[in-house]
Design a protein around this ligand. Structure first.
Ligand SMILES: [Zn+2]
Length: 596
């Protein structure tokens, strides 16, 4: 487990309703199954996670159920592993096979949930870029946990740096759009640039109480002193002297760079970056107007101050974020102590790297600005906009992040992990079409008759209907288009099957044409000869189609005419080619390649 669980201690009295009788039985089943997977000792957190997944309506009654789980787990743990296994084998034999596998998909419980009225989580982006996969874990975990406990999920825009991490209104909208696409709808929204007077109020208070001061030292001088664990001269000024300085920050007497509010910390703190950290600073409003509030404010809170104040005031109970924020927690805890606040539960997960994906915001911004990337949804990017355009389902992102979970270990994933989740979702529903990349002609002689075939749009879902093809003959010749890429598998004198049509034997290869002879009709015949299968479209049909690949290159070919009836946005499968998202069907169709 990632954190210490101290929610199991109290036994409490349980007010089970008559209709809840089977809850205990469910818990016993889950505990037994879990114990068998973990050498005879059931994990209470896993049992709870599984229980809530099975019976979501119990999410509001977690407190009530915990003591019951404790008791049942104790009983189950009292049995020997042999006894546990016998019971499971008898009652739920299928569970012995699938338990370990399913375990990974359930989030572990949050710590100390019972200490709060309602679980409140937040996602707090700076609207200075669109969202990308680097944010997926924070979003999905915060949202899912809020759902799991029937809590609230808050969206907070942190736009308090109009100079270096300048936000833009455009991104506020794009981020909202990304969250809605992910299916993570927020219960409340805040924008920090609306809240400046709140930050001023708390700055005023801690300066007044002598817990913060206004430092006018040159940054280098301050750093040198603090690295030697020595205070700068400003630290020892009286609160009223500091309040005067604070007012000079606000009224424009000080210019940008001349003064900063610092929160007092232990000067012996082992990390020099924590010592007397900066809380608010001046940004010249004329040179750096804010995109939302313009030149209205000249003093802006820094990250730790604004975030710390807001997490408390907005009632956040569980902060779920990357472990690079551990130092920020140490900084903010001083502020919380001074203001008499309790620091929320904080869960810091490990780093997540996706091989081959640039998750650097600055690189994305630079690349789009310079024109190296065409837009936010350039397929080379790992932005949600790009994933969306390529036909990655939001559910695939969600599932991948739930399987990653909130653990502290560093994790490396590949695009293929995401594709595997996506494939599982779209393979059962994506309609199939033939796409002939780089077409060449196949002329088949001695065809016995004209062919009319109906090929299902999905092999397992007849209800989706089918596509109709007619292969006409001139004399006894059938003329078809096949992909030049299939040439290597067509060998002279050997039989090849045209999928769902007939089998032929290649006679001769000319430039852009394969001459062949009809062999037979049935699939069984092809199978007996181990004939390779290729796809095709009738000569004279097909729409010229452009496929945009993940590296932003393009492939061209002909796609069967029925693609015209597909709505843009739908993900379909080009058989033997891969899944694509249809981007445009009017004129010359354009599709974006997702994956195999
Ligand atoms: Zn100073």
């Amino acid at each position: 487990m990632v954190w210490e669980l101290n929610l199991w201690g109290s036994e409490g009295s349980l007010s089970l309703r008559p209709e809840d009788r089977n809850i205990e039985e469910t818990i016993r089943r889950l505990a037994l199954i879990n114990a068998v997977s973990y050498e005879g000792k059931a994990r209470k957190d896993s049992v709870l996670g599984r229980l809530l997944a099975e019976k979501p309506d119990l999410r509001t009654r977690v407190k009530e159920i915990l003591p019951l789980i404790s008791r049942v787990v104790r009983e189950v743990d009292g049995l020997s592993l042999e006894e546990q296994r016998t019971i499971v084998q008898e009652k739920w034999p299928e569970e012995l096979r699938k338990e370990k596998r399913e375990e990974e998909r359930v989030l572990p419980p949050l710590p100390n949930v019972e200490e709060y009225e309602q679980v409140v989580t937040r996602f707090a982006p700076n609207p200075d870029c669109v969202l990308h996969m680097g944010s997926a874990r924070a979003i999905v975990l915060c949202y899912e946990y809020a759902q799991m406990y029937d809590g609230r999920f808050i969206l907070r825009f942190e736009d308090t740096d109009p100079r270096l991490k300048r936000s833009a209104l455009e991104f506020v909208d794009l981020i909202r759009e990304d969250l809605l696409w992910l299916g993570c709808k927020w219960d409340a929204e805040y924008i920090q640039s609306d809240r400046l007077t709140i930050y001023y109020e708390y700055a005023d208070k801690i300066i007044r109480d002598g817990q913060a001061y206004v430092c006018t030292c040159l940054p280098k001088k301050f750093r040198d002193l603090v690295s030697m664990k020595r205070s700068c001269p400003c630290r020892d000024l009286t609160p009223s002297e500091n309040l005067q300085r604070w007012n000079r920050m606000l009224d424009g007497t000080y210019d940008e760079g001349q003064a900063v509010v610092r929160v007092k910390t232990d000067l012996d703190h082992p990390n020099p970056a924590v010592r007397d950290w900066p809380a608010l600073r001046i940004i010249d409003p004329k040179r750096h107007p804010h995109p939302r509030v313009g030149e209205k404010y000249r003093v802006w809170p820094l990250y730790n101050f604004a975030c710390g104040v807001d997490d408390h005031l907005l009632g956040i109970t569980h902060i779920i974020r990357g472990k690079e924020h551990l130092t920020n927690q140490e900084r903010q805890e001083y502020l919380y102590r001074y203001l008499g606040w309790e620091y929320p539960e904080a869960i810091h997960y490990g780093r997540l790297k996706i091989v081959g994906a640039s998750l650097s915001k600055s690189e994305i911004l630079r690349g789009v600005k310079s024109g190296r990337y065409k837009s936010w949804d350039d397929p080379r990017l790992a932005t949600f906009a790009a994933l969306r355009r390529r036909g990655i389902m939001p559910e695939a992102v969600r599932q991948m992040m739930i399987s990653v979970g909130p653990g502290p270990a560093d994790i490396v994933l590949s695009w293929e992990n995401l594709y595997a989740h996506n494939r599982k979702l779209i393979d059962p529903i994506a309609r199939r079409f033939f796409f002939v990349q780089d077409p060449i002609r196949l002329v088949v002689r001695k065809a016995p008759e004209e062919f009319m075939v109906d090929i299902p749009l999905h092999p397992d879902r007849p209800k989706l209907g089918s596509r109709h093809f007619e292969v006409n003959l001139r004399n006894d010749e059938a003329s078809l288009l096949i992909s030049r890429k299939d040439l290597p598998i067509i060998k002279e004198e050997e039989v090849v099957r045209l999928m769902e049509l007939f089998n032929f034997r290649a006679d001769m290869f000319e430039k852009d044409t394969v001459l062949a002879t009809f062999h037979s009709r049935s699939y069984e015949e092809a199978r007996n000869l181990s004939a390779p299968l290729i796809h095709w479209i009738p000569d004279g049909t097909g729409l010229p189609c452009r496929v945009v690949m993940p590296d932003c290159s393009s492939l061209t070919g002909l796609v069967e005419d029925d693609l015209r009836g597909v709505r843009p946005g739908e993900v379909v499968q080009f058989e033997r080619f891969g899944f694509v998202r249809v981007d445009k069907v009017n004129g010359r169709p354009v599709v974006y390649y997702a994956h195999r």
